[in-house]
Design a protein around this ligand. Sequence first.
Ligand code: SF4
Length: 69
Amino acid sequence: MQIVVDLTRCQGYAQCVFLAPEVFQLHGDEALLYSPSVPDDQLPRVRQAAASCPVQAILLGEQVRADAE
Ligand code: SF4
């Protein structure tokens, strides 16, 4: 599944990094790096991360396409 993190919203709270460290990494204080292509075995963690993000910056699957339109 494809994901997008809206980095203008992301505040570097790092909830996602704790919940899905194989997909999200924090470099320095606020620079979030992530893999836009999520392997199936990481999906449950990524969904949890998206739900936990305090600013709803993580968009998943269909939301990514809707956002691009
Ligand atoms: S949980 Fe949300 S605000 Fe925090 S680092 Fe991840 S995307 Fe950014």
